[in-house]
Ligand binder design. Sequence first.
Ligand code: PEP
Ligand code: MG
Length: 311
Amino acid sequence: ARQRRAALRDRSGQLRDGRPVALWANIGRPAEARLAREHGAEGVGLFRTEFLFLDRATPPDEDEQYAAYRAVLAELPDCPIVIRTLDIGGDKPLPYLPLPPEANPFLGVRGLRLSMQRPDLFQTQLRALLRVAVHGDIWIMLPMVATPADLAWARAQLGEAAAALAAAGVDHRPDPPLGVMIETPAAVVLADQLARQAAFFSIGSNDLAQYTLAVDRGHATLAARYRADDPAVWRMIELAARAARQAGIPIGICGELGGDPNAAPALAGLGLDELSMAPASIPAVKERLAQITWAEAQAAAARALGAEEQG
Ligand code: PEP
Ligand code: MG
């Protein structure tokens, strides 16, 4: 197995009969970009930026963020890098961001909703991202989008950030790809509308499973019910993939399901363009995909969707 994986190491991800499925990495710190490269990642499908904001008394300024994003590019200069804007909420309090306690933090002010309450923080992050985008293939990804209005708001914010940089004479790219995580049932149901405005989709299966199944993703005694590979979640993924295909935009997955070799055939069979996962998971997923044909992947997808009744 080790030899087979070594042979696949420098080959791009694909099925046995050649259909490409890109294998990208999830990272949470710039230092992990090197690990991604060493494991053969062809891109970064999720760079979580929370690390910049946690464990400190004040928020990171534009230059500090710029340096962190630039460091990832330096490691993977020719790869697409999907950077997610701040995804934090009432369950993780920050000293400089007092939020009122909420009865249901997962249904409260988190992800993009927090950015809407603190556009000053969002503007700083967007300016840093637009500056870095001059130097590489930076994609900006929005967490916890539930409505087309959420995306429209973020796009207007991006326009504001670009205008501010232009007015100050700062080098920037005004229009990098702006995409959304598909991690709420509302985003799935309105995926056709979102796909007309978004440059790409990425399935956040961790939250999508939680909200679809109505089970807290960290619940101690309901853990058996929390399954990202539940047929209900697979059907959600299929709906999003169909909307992406119809609109002609790429769709990937960056939740844990994307790094599960047993899920890889069905994910490929639903037509996902890209699977993003912990760097260490890439070799096993790549190997699994190399063993199956497109027809087998489609059969796996049909089974996952519950085409045959499950017990
Ligand atoms: C997800 O929800 O699947 C996801 C990738 O985001 P996070 O785990 O950071 O919420
Ligand atoms: Mg999420």
